[in-house]
Design a protein around this ligand. Sequence first.
Ligand code: SF4
Length: 74
Amino acid sequence: MNISGRYYVEKDCIGCTLCAETAGENFKINSAEELFFEHSYVFKQPDTEEQEALCNEAMENCPASAIGNDGDSE
Ligand code: SF4
């Protein structure tokens, strides 16, 4: 489950792990039993410019366009 804040992963995630590899300080892969496949989630919002840049990179490269950033809640 995503932690509250700007970045989030939507249900469209296909569990490719790219975001966890790109921005491992912010995204994790969840293999919870109730899910049929692995799914990533935001476990920590970025708190440095470097983490923010990596989160943006993950968002841009996500093959399922499943990462969002609503930008105005923190
Ligand atoms: S990059 Fe996108 S599809 Fe891949 S694990 Fe992350 S959110 Fe899911």
